[in-house]
Design a protein around this ligand. Structure first.
Ligand SMILES: Cc1cc2nc3c(=O)[nH]c(=O)nc-3n(C[C@H](O)[C@H](O)[C@H](O)COP(=O)(O)OP(=O)(O)OC[C@H]3O[C@@H](n4cnc5c(N)ncnc54)[C@H](O)[C@@H]3O)c2cc1C
Length: 337
């Protein structure tokens, strides 16, 4: 273990992930969460990123409360390639010494965080679902599900800085709190001969990318929906209520929904105002992604299904009977019949 002078490290840094000129939503979620942690620590929230042209993001970054925005711009950083991004970011972190570094647990974020943490020889907790400050030690408490969601582990990093975590998208709500921020441009001298990887072609897969976290109402279907055709009820009800539809992993595996709509431990985490679980048993791995919804309505023909344990309202019945009735009723109530 390398002992560091940890008192030199200050402030919380949030990584601004971007692709095709657009910031990933998780970065705003983390800026919002970081503001809360910063209050407990009495420090500031800063944002950082690298890329070809990234100063353009400053407006959005300051809107979510980052007082400083550290950037390195260089054509070599145009597309995400692990090594040059890592080197530029490690340079900024070593120079400015943030106490905490938060990165979204996206595909890019997970790749980047691992390589940064090993270069900095500090601790990293991957895919956390809760972050708190220990009132006594002021260490960052990073909580994540482990062993298939059967155990929640709270991990902390007492002797090394920065304390690093990748956090699961969708866990925190993104709330604006504009500040007047400052852009700090750094320069890194790349040893261009060092990098052997090149992007030859980028292929954007056809198919929708759904951010379930955007919706206040989610109508989700499980294996109890019985068929892909029956998923039309979910879509119809969701449309009526101004929400979207989602699925359990078993429904995804049955080919009734794309993985992009899966809720749960290996899918997306959501906390809508209303979550309607249709023909979903309520396995712990599914609950991991939706149990913090404000109101949970469960429809299941088995009165002993575990989903009823967390449901605000439960309907024991067959989804193919209950859903058409609900759709009809909402149509009438909303004057859309
Ligand atoms: C490592 C790991 C990660 C996982 N990640 C996820 C994840 O991210 N998301 C996820 O969802 N799962 C995940 N799972 C799978 C999870 O354990 C369950 O298998 C899954 O959630 C079950 O899906 P289900 O509720 O749709 O199906 P089932 O468990 O088969 O439940 C179907 C339910 O529908 C009811 N039903 C049947 N017919 C009707 C009807 N006509 N009307 C009303 N109700 C009816 C049944 O009573 C039953 O309760 C994971 C598992 C593992 C091991």
């Amino acid at each position: 273990m390398i002992k560091q002078d940890i008192t030199k490290y200050k402030h919380i840094w949030v990584f601004i992930e971007h692709e095709n000129g657009k910031i990933e939503r998780v970065s705003f979620e983390l800026l919002t969460k970081a503001r809360e942690l910063a209050k407990d620590l009495g420090c500031e929230v800063h944002a950082f990123t690298v890329g070809d042209k990234v100063e353009q993001f400053k407006g959005e970054v300051f809107k979510y409360g980052a007082k400083k925005f550290f950037i390195i711009e260089d054509p070599i950083l145009k597309d995400y390639i692990t090594e040059p991004w890592r080197d530029a970011i490690v340079y900024m972190i070593e120079k400015h010494k943030p106490e905490i570094v938060l990165i979204g647990a996206t595909t890019l974020g997970r790749d980047l965080a691992g390589t940064i943490a090993t270069k900095l020889m500090t601790g990293l907790t991957a895919d956390t679902t809760a972050l708190d400050i220990d009132p006594k030690t002021k260490n960052l408490l990073m909580t994540r599900p482990t062993f298939g969601g059967n155990l929640m582990a709270t991990i902390f990093c007492p002797d090394n800085r920065p304390q690093m975590s990748t956090s699961r998208p969708g866990v925190y709500k993104a709330v604006e709190e504009p500040v007047k921020g400052e852009v700090i441009k750094e320069k890194y001298e790349f040893d261009k001969g060092k990098y052997t990887k090149k992007i030859i072609e980028k292929i954007i897969e056809e198919g929708e990318k759904v951010n379930l976290g955007f919706y206040d109402v989610i109508v989700a279907g499980g294996f109890g929906m019985g068929s892909k055709e029956n998923f039309k009820y979910l879509q119809e009800l969701a449309d009526l209520l101004g929400g979207t539809w989602a699925a359990s992993r078993k429904a995804v595996q049955a080919g009734w929904a794309p993985q992009t709509r899966q809720v749960g431990q290996t899918g997306q985490t959501v906390h809508p105002k209303i979550y309607i679980a249709c023909g979903i048993s309520g396995a712990i791995q599914h609950q991991a992604g939706m149990k913090s919804s404000e109101v949970i309505i469960a429809i299941n023909k088995d009165p002993d299904a575990p989903i009823f344990e967390i449901a605000t309202y439960g309907i024991v019945g067959d989804v193919t009977e209950v859903l058409p009735k609900m759709i009809q009723m909402f149509k009438e109530k909303l004057g859309k019949a």
